[in-house]
Design a protein around this ligand. Sequence first.
Ligand SMILES: Nc1nc2c(c(=O)[nH]1)N[C@H]1C(S)=C(S)[C@@H](COP(=O)(O)OP(=O)(O)OC[C@H]3O[C@@H](n4cnc5c(=O)[nH]c(N)nc54)[C@H](O)[C@@H]3O)O[C@H]1N2
Ligand SMILES: Nc1nc2c(c(=O)[nH]1)N[C@H]1C(S)=C(S)[C@@H](COP(=O)(O)OP(=O)(O)OC[C@H]3O[C@@H](n4cnc5c(=O)[nH]c(N)nc54)[C@H](O)[C@@H]3O)O[C@H]1N2
Ligand code: SF4
Ligand SMILES: [Mo]
Length: 639
Amino acid sequence: MKLRTTCNRDCPDTCSIIATVENGEVVRLAGDRDHPVTRGALCYRTSQFLDTQRSPERLTRPLLRKHGELTPVGWDEAMGFAAEQLERIKRESGPAAIFHYRSGGSLGILKLLTERFFEAYGPCTAKRGDICSGAGDAAQLLDFGVEDANDLFDLLNSRHVLLWGKNVHVSSPHTLPVLMDARRKGAKLVLIDPVRHRTADSCERYVQPRPGGDFALAMATAHVLFQRGWVDPRAAQYCDHLGDFEAMARSKSVEQWASEADVEPEVAHDLARRLGPEKPCAILVGWGMQRRSAGSATVRALDALSAISGNLDVPGGGVSFYLARRMAFETYRTGEGPRTVCEITFAHDLEKAADPPIRAVWITCGNPVTMLPDSYAVARALSSRELVVVVDSFLTDTAKLATLVLPTTTLLEADDILGAYGHHYLGVSRPVVAPPPEVKSDLEIIQLLAARVGLAEVMAGTAREWKERVIAPKLGPRGITLEQLETGYVRNPLAPKVLFHDLKFPTATGRVNLVHVPPQPEAEPTAQWPLKLMALSTEKSQSSQWVRTPTGPLEVTVHPDAAGGLSDGVRARLESKLGALEVVVRHDARQRRDVALMPKGGHLGRGQCANALTAARVTDAGEGAALYEELVRLRSLEP
Ligand SMILES: Nc1nc2c(c(=O)[nH]1)N[C@H]1C(S)=C(S)[C@@H](COP(=O)(O)OP(=O)(O)OC[C@H]3O[C@@H](n4cnc5c(=O)[nH]c(N)nc54)[C@H](O)[C@@H]3O)O[C@H]1N2
Ligand SMILES: Nc1nc2c(c(=O)[nH]1)N[C@H]1C(S)=C(S)[C@@H](COP(=O)(O)OP(=O)(O)OC[C@H]3O[C@@H](n4cnc5c(=O)[nH]c(N)nc54)[C@H](O)[C@@H]3O)O[C@H]1N2
Ligand code: SF4
Ligand SMILES: [Mo]
């Protein structure tokens, strides 16, 4: 029997999965051939998911800490304990003493129902900012008043596509075939990324700027656009601050800006030509680039390039960062509670919170100890709370510190509804296999809790009923039913193909808000600390969810000249001001001499976690995380 579901991982592609089920067991996973974006392919990490699904490490019973040890208990005891503790803390300190934290374990829209519960129960303390995309989100909202993008397939109308800090091979593999189709139709692809990776091989041109050099490169490009008269003559009508933007771009010569970006001035001339006389030119803004101190200003500079060169309203143009994946759904969120904790400075905020202090943390879909910066501080902050409840399928670095761990469903058992942040198709997930008997979905768990604290009615409903409810307000009037979403491939009807086709921008003035103040540059390497640590996505895992959890130290890739005399393959210490990790040194002469590259998501308990070395730094706007500028050095293990 073949069953269809939708991948709920934190990934732009939101694939349609075909599961082959025999005797109640999934025996094969494949990409849905008929889905316009999935096109029959799954990424490595999900195609191998059956190993994870069947893993002996899977949590199958609730675990309650007793005498210091996490001990298996029944659901009655587990939920009785959770309700009793939360009620006591709420009674003694008020609901703000309870903090609900959710991250990207599943992007299902029904996951937001846990937030609905904590709003109704309190409102409790909620999270603010965003580890993943905060800086870029803020940039696009500031500039355009909305955050969405042109249709993915509008790339087929492009003459040029700038992949600005984006590794599609790893992070959005289903964009790659669309780019290849565009290339066959004559589009030229350019990759701009300080890290040389496989995506460069799929492009006509590869530019390797200084990490954090993109604002300067964008200004060099803007300078050329002004100098050559390649700015859209209509730009003054639909852009605010055009004069100030021009003055900023012209405040340095093309050569000066290019030198700040550590590229040849010719690069700026080349990019300007593609954006200007050879438009339409699409800019695909990577998510990695905005995880830097000046991340928001950088995305704003790219927004501005697209705007002034007249690429916003034409097919084949646009500046795409994050597609509005929730736009078609009711999300039931009333807004922020009485208090928020910044995700990036999680540990600091948790420990400093007063009146009331944060006494309890409820964690769903996240592994903050591994994935948030300053991991040891996050671990300490959690360990010193009275109550930490973690809902997960595995005993993560975070779950290991919990008071109570509640076992939940995997992506093959999920019952949910999704939008995508890399395309505009909507998807439904349905269990293709039943969960183990003592495992419950997030919805069931929160309903059990709600029933014990007098909120049963607020949360009542089956997953299917909730799906009906979340689509009713916006998709209902368009005549779209849940059955259609389950059986067909429905593109979000609310999303235009060319986002700004009418040059209408929902900003305060109705025009594009051009960035016109340069950001503070990030700290550059020194003789003592010569490398910037970039812990990036790898094919082998989804953040901390590895296909096969590595056992030994992780590899750190550096230019041979930057290895401090350490040869390829040796073990060494990677040090930052915050701590040290044992690693294996890898040489790669194609990389810059100022970066140290490693995979993100290494486990703290296994000594593989880059975030143990990375300080919690907030970006210039949007409270994103500046994750990729921690200064580090390699040292020999010998004393
Ligand atoms: N150094 C460094 N740090 C980074 C990054 C980086 O590039 N470098 N990337 C950042 C980015 S972009 C992000 S988005 C974050 C990701 O941070 P997280 O979202 O915390 O990452 P994951 O490791 O995927 O953790 C998700 C957890 O949810 C669990 N899970 C899966 N499905 C479900 C479900 O249905 N319900 C529940 N309750 N749990 C579920 C998984 O088992 C997993 O333990 O990390 C950030 N951290
Ligand atoms: N296989 C796999 N896929 C994933 C994930 C995963 O863990 N594994 N994570 C998922 C998540 S959480 C997200 S948010 C998305 C996006 O996941 P990301 O990993 O954020 O995806 P990219 O947009 O490719 O951004 C990464 C690229 O940004 C580049 N970059 C970093 N700093 C700079 C800079 O200063 N300038 C420029 N020009 N480039 C820079 C890096 O070198 C890298 O090539 O993908 C998802 N896809
Ligand atoms: S993780 Fe991304 S690429 Fe992989 S199957 Fe899921 S949606 Fe597709
Ligand atoms: Mo992310």
